[in-house]
Ligand binder design. Structure first.
Ligand SMILES: [Zn+2]
Ligand SMILES: [Zn+2]
Length: 331
C-alpha cells in the first residue's frame, strides 16, 4: 500500500509499505477520504505533539476491509469514520470522564499511523458506523466532534450574540453549531473576503474582513477559530462585560499570547479553551446524517495521496480560497 510519511519536520515522502494486519480487537480500514487539518500542518512544521516518522491523518472515513477475531460491531464492507483519540480508560482522568486528558493518550494520525494511507488498522472502539453518509462528509466527524465539545464548554443559552474570529472549516462548523443551538446573532470575521462571503452563505448574520470593524464590548461570546496568537489576544476586546471567550484554534506551541490583564478583571470575563472532544462522535454523525450541519461546501480541494505536501502548503499559504482539503488515498 501507499502511505504518506512525514519523516521529520518539513520532510515528506510517499512510501510503499505492507498493509497492516489487524490485531484481534482491530479493524483494517480502506481509507476513502482523509481531511487535512491545521494540526497536520503543525505536525508537518514540527510544532505539535507526537513523534516522527508519522503517517498523519486523523479526520477520515472508509470501508472495513478485514476484522480481527474479537471485533463484534463491524464486518468487511462496513462504512466507518474513525475517532482518532484513544483513551486508555484506566487512568485517573479516564476514570473521571475526562478521557480527552488521558495520561496514556494515543491518537491515530498523531502518535499512531493515520489516515493519509491507503489502509490503516484501528481499534474497534475508535470506529463509528456512518450508514450511507458519503465518505467525504463522514471525514468531518472528528473536527465536528471537537467543535461540539467546544460548544459544550461554552455552554451558551438561547438567543446569544456570538462573534467568531476565523472562517476556515472550523469557523464554519462553529457557526452552524451555534445556529443549531439557537444563537440570535452570529458575526464572523475573516480577513479573506472569499471566506467571509462563504460564512454568510452558511448563515452568518454579518461577515467582516476587518477585525477593527467588529463592535467592541458587545458579544456574549467571542470564539477564536484562527489559532493565531495576535488574533486570540484581541478576543477580550469584543466580549461584553460578563461575557465568555473560547480559545478554540490551535496556536503554534512555544508562542506567547499577550493580553492586558486589567480588562479581564474589569469585564469579569470567563476565558475557556477546548481540547479535542469527549464522546461527541455520535452527536457529530447524527448532525451530519440529518443534515443539520452541512459540510459539502466546506471542501475546496480533492487531492491524491502524493499531493499531501501540496495540500499542506495550500493551507499554509492561504492565498487562494482554501477550506477543507480532502486527500483521497484510494482515488
Ligand atoms: Zn483535526
Ligand atoms: Zn487514560
Amino acid at each position: 500500500m501507499k502511505a504518506a510519511v512525514i519523516l521529520q519536520p518539513e520532510r515528506f515522502e510517499v512510501q510503499e509499505l505492507p498493509i497492516p494486519e489487524p490485531a484481534p480487537g482491530e479493524l483494517l480500514v480502506r481509507v476513502m477520504a482523509s481531511g487535512i487539518c491545521g494540526t497536520d500542518v503543525h505536525i508537518f512544521q514540527g510544532e505539535y505533539l507526537g513523534s516522527y516518522p508519522i503517517i498523519p491523518g486523523h479526520e477520515f472515513a472508509g470501508v472495513v476491509e478485514q476484522v480481527g477475531s474479537r471485533v463484534t460491531r463491524f464486518k468487511p464492507g462496513s462504512r466507518v469514520a474513525v475517532e482518532p483519540n484513544l483513551p486508555c480508560d484506566n487512568c485517573v482522568n479516564c476514570l473521571n470522564n475526562r478521557q480527552n486528558f488521558c495520561l496514556n493518550w494515543q491518537a491515530v494520525g498523531v502518535t499512531l499511523p493515520g489516515g493519509m494511507s491507503q489502509y490503516v488498522s484501528v481499534p474497534e472502539k475508535a470506529a463509528f458506523d456512518i450508514g450511507d453518509l458519503p465518505f467525504e462528509q463522514a471525514a468531518f466527524m472528528e473536527p465536528l466532534s471537537c467543535v461540539l465539545h467546544g460548544l459544550e464548554r461554552l455552554d451558551l443559552g438561547m438567543a446569544s450574540k456570538v462573534a467568531i474570529l476565523g472562517a476556515g472549516p472550523i469557523g464554519l462548523l462553529l457557526l452552524q453549531g451555534l445556529r443549531q443551538q439557537g444563537a440570535a446573532r452570529v458575526v464572523v470575521v475573516d480577513k479573506n473576503p472569499d471566506r467571509a462571503a462563504l460564512a454568510q452563505s452558511f448563515g452568518a448574520d454579518l461577515s467582516l474582513t476587518n477585525l477593527d470593524e467588529l463592535e467592541r464590548d458587545a458579544y456574549d461570546a467571542v470564539v477564536d477559530a484562527t489559532g493565531a496568537v495576535a488574533v486570540m489576544s484581541r478576543t477580550l476586546d469584543f466580549a461584553r462585560p460578563g461575557g465568555r471567550i473560547l480559545l478554540f484554534g490551535v496556536p503554534p506551541s512555544g508562542q506567547k499570547m499577550t493580553v492586558e490583564a486589567f480588562p479581564i478583571f474589569r469585564k469579569g470575563l470567563t476565558i475557556l479553551s477546548s481540547f479535542t472532544s469527549l464522546r461527541n462522535s455520535y452527536q457529530a454523525l447524527d448532525l451530519l446524517k440529518n443534515r443539520r450541519i452541512l459540510v459539502e461546501k466546506v471542501i475546496s480541494h480533492r487531492l491524491p495521496l502524493e499531493a499531501l505536501q501540496q495540500g499542506i502548503q495550500l493551507i499554509e499559504k492561504g492565498s487562494e480560497p482554501v477550506y477543507k482539503v480532502m486527500i483521497l488515498p484510494n482515488g
